[in-house]
Design a protein around this ligand. Structure first.
Ligand SMILES: NC(=O)c1ccc[n+]([C@@H]2O[C@H](COP(=O)([O-])OP(=O)(O)OC[C@H]3O[C@@H](n4cnc5c(N)ncnc54)[C@H](O)[C@@H]3O)[C@@H](O)[C@H]2O)c1
Length: 342
């Protein structure tokens, strides 16, 4: 029996991963630490999980070093998702991003170091945003780090902080860099749920710029399977490595908007355009070579199949997302006093 500490486990990927572990490893003890910001939601856990004796939820902050140390001292492995995660919000107000994403990661890394006699591994969930827009394709883990938004810069700081703990103290850390994620329980501020729910409500699907930004999409359940592989691979094989988690295929935002409208039998006239979002990454496409070699990953589900599943989930769960409708657009102040909603 193992104990896994999951920070940010009430958010989108964290809650999918917690449910995944509960299904696949029913005898593991799961401790979730989450501050329940606007992005965290206890409704992301089924009642059977919330009431299970192997599950503990701690409402707390990842920057609280005493609490993080106390929980880490009970764990065999830590999976660190907790972060402020929305690029557009980081343009409006970036301080919290650096406090949570960088200083919060420092708390976790430092607790792992102090508990290194017990901790088998520390999986740090970084992001493909650390790379900035692709200078070469496909993007390997050696691609330069050129973060283009305050969110990306905070994630890059955390990513290198964890690496420095590997090189300085030999902590058993692994840096996972997911590319763009989609699937159930994703907040409506993110593009795919925003498009799906807007289409369901016959409201405009607003594209930034011409919608030509191309991203690499992986369904969250396929990501969870890969994080599971990283949780159980021999640590000496992966310690200190950065590993991309993506599909290896790029798709532009406009074609995704069209696909969603087609799948929901809605007219393309619902597509509308506005200015490009500041800090936009124009092109991402991952190399999967290292993930194949070190983790033995298999291809994820085809994008169309994952999108259909996701659309079905949002169609079947309006009670989950209706309360977030007013958060689909985010105000950005870019320099002067005027505010744009993205
Ligand atoms: N969603 C994506 O496409 C994507 C892609 C690459 C990487 N990531 C990374 O994966 C991780 C999870 O992303 P997500 O999409 O699930 O994010 P999310 O915004 O849905 O969830 C973040 C969770 O962290 C919690 N949290 C925030 N501040 C906290 C704090 N100070 N203390 C404790 N908990 C706190 C929130 O309450 C929330 O439950 C993040 O580190 C993110 O940077 C996400």
């Amino acid at each position: 029996m193992k104990t896994i500490l999951i920070t940010g486990g009430a958010g989108f990927i964290g809650s999918n991963f917690t449910r995944y572990l509960f299904q696949h490893y029913p005898d593991y003890r799961l401790i979730v630490l989450d501050a329940l910001t606007y992005a965290g939601n206890l409704d992301n856990f089924p009642v059977a999980l919330k009431t299970h004796p192997n599950f503990t939820f701690w409402h707390g902050d990842v920057r609280d070093s005493a609490l993080v140390l106390e929980l880490t001292s009970q764990a065999d492995a830590v999976v660190h998702f907790a972060a402020e995660t929305h690029v557009a919000r980081s343009i409006y107000d970036d301080r919290r991003f650096f406090e949570t994403d960088v200083l919060g990661t420092q708390c976790v890394a430092s607790a792992v170091l102090r508990c290194r006699d017990r901790i088998e591994r520390f999986l740090h969930i970084s992001s493909s945003e650390v790379y900035g827009t692709a200078a070469t394709v496909p993007m390997t883990e050696q691609h330069p780090l050129n973060p283009m938004s305050p969110y990306a810069a905070a994630k890059a700081g955390a990513d290198r902080l964890v690496y420095s703990y590997c090189t300085t103290y030999a902590v058993p850390a692994v840096i996972l860099r997911p590319f763009n994620q989609y699937g159930p329980y994703q907040h409506l501020e993110k593009v795919i749920p925003r498009f799906i729910t807007s289409a369901i409500l016959n409201e405009p699907l607003t594209l930034h710029g011409r919608g030509e930004a191309r991203r690499d999409w992986l369904h969250v359940e396929d990501t969870c399977r890969r994080i599971d592989l990283a949780l159980h691979a021999p640590i000496e094989r992966i310690q200190g490595q950065a590993i991309n988690l993506g599909s290896g295929e790029a798709r532009d935002i406009r074609s995704i908007a069209r696909l969603i409208l087609r799948m929901l039998h809605k007219p393309e006239s619902l597509i509308s355009f506005m200015d490009e979002r500041p800090g936009q990454v124009q092109h991402h496409c991952s190399s999967q070579d290292r993930a194949r070699e070190l983790l033995g990953i298999e291809p994820g589900r085809p994008f169309e199949a994952g999108l259909e599943e996701t659309i079905r989930w949002y169609r079947d769960h309006p009670d989950w997302w209706r309360k977030q409708l007013n958060m689909r657009r985010v105000p950005i102040k870019n320099g002067g006093s005027s505010v744009r909603y993205y």
